[in-house]
Design a protein around this ligand. Sequence first.
Ligand code: PAD
Ligand code: ZN
Ligand code: ZN
Length: 375
Amino acid sequence: MSTAGKVIKCKAAVLWETKKPFSIEDIEVAPPKAHEVRIKMVATGVCRSDDHAISGSITTPLPVILGHEGAGIVESVGEGVTSVKPGDKVIPLFSPQCGKCRICKHPESNFCMKNDLVQPRGTLLDGTSRFTCKGKSIYNFTSTSTFSQYTVVDEIAVAKIDGASPLDKVCLIGCGFSTGYGSAVKVAKVTPGSTCAVFGLGGVGLSVIIGCKTAGAARIIAVDINKDKFAKAKELGATECINPLDYSKPIHEVLQEMTDGGVDFSFEVIGRLDTMMSSLLSSHASCGVSVVVGVPPNSQSLSVNPLLLLLGRTWKGAIFGGFKSKDSVPKLVADFMAKKFPLEPLITHVLPFEKINEAFELLRSGKSIRTVLTF
Ligand code: PAD
Ligand code: ZN
Ligand code: ZN
């Protein structure tokens, strides 16, 4: 019996308060309105940005259904939807692409002005949510809310992908992989023969390494305080791994000494102000490019001596690896299917959706790279 046009009752992980575990709740998901798409989730990754929302390090309205690295199948579509249809395999886009705003029309930029990231309303574009639980409206997260058996997204926040693709792997293209890989190949534009430093070896940082290697970097120096991450970093292309805890001097000085004054490309993929500064200082003062990938804690800032940039160094950052999401996600999935890059090494754990709190414990304890939750 078709569920189109009807309210769907299903399970979702609801975060009622920050710093608390999720509760698996029975929720209602209203049908999609015009230009919206209802998706049956099949798999979702667990990213540190979700944990930032749990800890309150990034602010989003509560109660909320988090999750932004998912893949699923279109259940039904609202009036006027043309880019996807029921049965299509899709990836929700936490950084949407409306195609019409100034940024979508800009050839290089990707951060669509219809995003719900900078000042989150926690709703779809029409200002409301399709989720209710115990008679209360539940907020959306980053246009996606993948920690639910069903979610509703705006058409500008979903991309149709290859019908043959394995959703329990390509879900990582919805955030972690694309963010890291794009930061190297598209944002930094890593060059063949160059030297790179990657701070933070989680799912995103390891994807930066995959990107640096693909771009032909000669040296990729991986930096993490958890040495258990080094084996995987080497497997994916790191040529050296260093632990700041093993040195008495600042790690940027160690990197400068190792690389004749600094690396060509450095990446901060942790989300801390001190490591953002270390990453900046480890890039060469005249020819270095340093990319901020990690999400810094709310309302904290760095004070920077302009001389750090005056000699020619470039400091930049990007969301979602600089990719225009709706255009790029189907291509990235096609590239994965063509074996141009692997995703499997990033997936260390697969758990049923109900074990979501366990998945976050694995992330916090540094035991997992990516856990994929399956529905
Ligand atoms: P993760 O927690 O899996 O990985 C972070 C890594 O950093 C871990 O291996 C830690 O051991 C390591 N680490 C922690 N502190 C330090 C330190 N002081 N020095 C060196 N290493 C340290 O996170 P992730 O890979 O899922 O995400 C990384 C960041 O990227 C995080 O801030 C997340 O919010 C951000 C992100 N940004 C975007 C974007 O669009 N810009 C997208 C997705 C994630
Ligand atoms: Zn993410
Ligand atoms: Zn736009």
